[in-house]
Design a binder for this molecule. Structure first.
Ligand code: SAH
Ligand code: SF4
Ligand code: F3S
Length: 471
């Protein structure tokens, strides 16, 4: 449409990929004719997915990959800003690169991702980490070849951290980490501004990809043999909002479910204010959608939920869970929860424990509140001492372990369909549709296949089982 501000997605320009390759090939001595890159990713699946695109571009530019930063010609950290701890780890690890740079001055050091999108962090890197050659934000990933070219060709450091312009770039090359599990971004950014959260500031406003492009990518993945596709977005339930195509999240799920083939559909993350009974009705009818729902509740007290700007009450949350269980028997729930939000009292915290007991999550991602500069919560009074928050945190994880252990014990003796994965320590893992992992033994050739698994034992919340037959 002529006046549509969200005009057609931008197509990726391959020009600089060729220019970087030519530049590397023309180097005297040829010592970086087969250059190696070390790419390290912090943070959420969105970042993992972005790194797969960065690696795709690097591969096309002629780079190979190494796990060893000492051997790399390019070291790139894709960073996360969600909690202070995440940032501290990055600063620590970047500091350690100084000695590599001293020993091998030709090594190019690059930082990208959510952390550098914050002005005060970018300033700190500029001033205190002069050996970082290239800094770019999450909104210009598609310009990485151009930025890398400038960093390689020039003598100055390259810093590119513009705000989001709301465009979506399609057709970026991709080098996927897995060969049977894939990430598929359906949208970017977030509009929710939960008062504790930095994501909307660093990832920009919510924007959804065109459904046809998503379906095309999903079909391609199924054709290439992928067995699990995880749809990604900060709030997938609001997919398609404000777009003319009229495809919302339930409709998108239905269309992906209709793609022929044996594969599983997962998605993350959902927001309780946008998860509707219609969504659960749709999942009930879609046999390829996993029987698992990650639904962050963040806090069990209505007072704290309001201060967090979450847009729902504990009663509404519990109602949603009840409805989902009534239409999808056996569906499992996991969640994110924050302890020690500014002003949280013991009474508020007990509401969180109560909600955890009522729902019976199969697992929980638990965090102690971390103030993020520039967010409203960082300006709120926060009188509860850290030791108290740590104590609450322990209480909560102990409760969750008891719940998970009881749930695990109740599963012993059942037979389930699962996707066989590599546990990385000589064992295999069978991941159930409910996103519960069972430790199994078996031949590595089973990795990436569906199998029927009998659950034979449970020690605390860890399940063990036996592969009966592959499917
Ligand atoms: N969009 C997703 C995930 C956001 S980040 C969602 O809305 O659920 C992942 C999790 O990190 C959040 O769910 C929240 O539990 C946690 N988190 C975000 N900001 C935080 C902060 N400032 N301190 C502690 N935990 C935080
Ligand atoms: Fe952060 Fe809230 Fe957006 Fe999730 S929904 S990314 S917690 S602002
Ligand atoms: Fe971190 Fe950015 Fe994800 S802040 S959690 S990597 S969106």
């Amino acid at each position: 449409m002529a006046n549509n501000p969200k005009a057609a997605p931008v197509t990726f320009d391959m020009g600089y990929i060729d220019r970087v390759r030519a530049l590397l090939n023309s180097r005297p001595g040829g010592d970086i004719k087969s250059p190696l890159a070390h790419v390290r990713t912090y943070g959420c699946q969105q970042n993992v997915s972005d790194s797969e695109r960065i690696k795709g571009m690097l591969a096309q530019m002629g780079f190979g990959f190494t796990e060893e930063p000492e051997q790399a010609d390019l070291i790139l950290f894709n960073t996360c800003a969600v909690r202070e701890h995440a940032e501290d780890r990055v600063f620590g690890n970047v500091g350690a690169l100084k000695s590599i740079k001293r020993r091998r001055p030709g090594t190019l050091i690059a930082l990208c991702g959510c952390m550098v999108q914050q002005e005060h962090v970018a300033e700190k890197i500029k001033n205190s980490y002069p050996f970082v050659d290239l800094i770019f934000g999450p909104h210009v990933i598609h310009r990485f070849p151009e930025l890398l070219y400038n960093a390689l060709a020039g003598s100055k450091r390259v810093i590119e951290i513009p705000d989001s312009d709301g465009t979506i770039v399609e057709d970026l090359p991709v080098r996927r980490d897995g060969n049977f599990k894939a990430w598929l971004s359906i949208m970017y950014g977030c509009n929710n501004f939960c008062t504790y959260c930095i994501v909307p500031y660093v990832r920009g406003r919510e924007r959804s990809r065109d459904p046809e492009r998503i379906l095309e990518e999903a079909r391609e993945l199924v054709k290439s043999g992928y067995k699990e596709i995880t749809l990604l977005g900060q709030n997938v339930n609001s997919y398609g909002k404000g777009e003319e195509h009229g495809v919302d999240f339930p409709e998108l799920l239905k269309r992906i479910n209709d793609i022929p083939g044996d594969f599983l559909i997962r998605f993350m993350t959902s927001h309780p204010k946008d998860a509707t009974p219609r969504l659960f009705d749709t999942i009930a009818q879609c046999e390829k959608v996993a029987r698992h729902f990650h639904l962050p509740f963040q806090a069990g007290s209505n007072r704290i939920l309001k201060l967090m700007n979450r847009g729902y009450t504990r009663e509404q949350y519990l109602e949603l869970i009840d409805y989902a269980r009534s239409v999808i028997p056996g569906i499992s729930f996991t969640s994110d929860v924050i302890v020690g939000f500014p002003g949280e009292t013991r009474e508020d915290f007990e509401q969180t424990l109560d909600l955890i007991r009522r729902v019976g999550f199969t697992s929980l991602f638990t965090f102690i509140y971390s103030p993020r500069k520039g967010t409203p919560a960082a300006r709120m009074e926060d009188p509860v001492p850290h030791e108290v928050k740590t104590q609450w945190f322990r209480e909560m994880t102990t409760l969750q372990e008891e719940i998970a252990a009881a749930h695990s014990a109740s599963m012993v003796g059942t037979v389930r369909r699962a996707l066989i994965e590599d546990a990385g320590d000589g064992f295999l893992e069978a991941r159930l549709s409910e996103n519960i992992v069972v430790r199994v033994e078996g031949d590595r050739s089973l990795i990436g296949n569906f199998a029927m698994v009998e659950i034979t034992g449970a020690r605390s919340w860890i399940l063990t089982g036996k592969i009966l037959n592959t499917l």
